[in-house]
Design a protein around this ligand. Structure first.
Ligand code: TMP
Length: 254
């Protein structure tokens, strides 16, 4: 029963053709992967929560002057987004040593960094998203120098804004990953924030206890994964109306 044309299917989301040209439907799955697909699982209700959390964060960021692909949420698991040409980079911003940075440099997780660090990874599952420098990005034509400057500027503004927003609800934004796309409006091209921002793509630690409230609970088998996503939504004031019982959402997606 394929009502809509599937444009792209990733590990956690599906993009469908939208109601008009240039607009897509972004569907959030409960599927979770880690370590480039080596670990697979399902986090019940994750899609519903990430749809809400990403809607909330993208809306706040838009208000703060950050251009995004987000248009509006459609239902429990879907949102309307502008079709963009995805720049094949995973842009990671870090405030505190954790994850692969801690491993790479032998740092204790939780050590504050002297300043925020931005890293680029080439978005390519077959190659396990290798880290790249600006030299690789320009030489291989993934983005121009001007586009990299714009991406760096946006990534740091997003970091400042989200760090403050999460601090306000008792969460430390340790690090996060974002993706950007080119949005064409006639002859004009703008770089906009795309994809999603959610506990799948951020590390969020409770400010007092350092409890992890993000996908590291799944990656590291820490338990209470669903509860952690719910807690982030709860703190942001956006748990679906029926409460956690309402998280499964509609059974079918098409
Ligand atoms: P890392 O420490 O594993 O490099 O991850 C840095 C941040 O990027 C962390 O918040 C999780 C996020 N991330 C993704 O969203 N997707 C990925 O594929 C990876 C490796 C990390």
């Amino acid at each position: 029963m394929s009502r809509r044309r599937r444009i792209y299917e990733g590990k956690a989301k599906v993009l469908f053709e939208g109601p008009e040209p240039g607009i897509l439907v972004q569907y959030f799955k409960d599927d979770a992967t880690a370590f480039n697909n080596q670990k697979k699982g399902v986090i019940t209700g994750k899609g519903v929560l990430n749809n809400r959390i990403s809607e909330y964060l993208m809306t706040r960021l838009t208000e703060a002057g950050i251009p995004t692909h987000f248009l509006r949420r459609l239902n429990m698991r879907e949102q309307l987004v502008r079709e963009v040409e995805i720049i094949p980079l995973e842009v990671v911003v870090r405030n505190v040593a954790a994850g692969s940075l801690a491993t790479r440099f032998g740092l204790t997780e939780g050590t504050p960094l002297p300043r925020s660090i931005v890293e680029f990874y080439y978005k390519n599952d077959e190659l396990s998203d290798p880290m790249v420098s600006e030299e690789h990005i320009t030489a291989f034509g993934w983005a121009t120098t001007q586009e990299i400057d714009e991406i760096l500027n946006l990534a740091l503004r997003i970091n400042d804004f989200l760090s403050g927003l999460f601090l306000g609800v008792g969460l430390r934004l340790v690090d996060f990953k974002v993706e950007f796309g080119r949005l064409w409006e006639g002859e004009e091209m703008r770089i906009v924030l795309a994809d999603e921002i959610s506990p799948d793509s951020c590390r969020l630690w409770d400010i007092k206890t350092n409890e992890k409230l993000d996908k590291d609970r799944f990656r590291r088998d820490l338990g209470n994964v669903e509860e952690a996503y719910q807690e982030v939504a709860r703190r942001l004031g956006i748990l679906p109306e029926g409460g956690p019982g309402d998280l499964k959402g509609p059974k079918t997606m098409q």
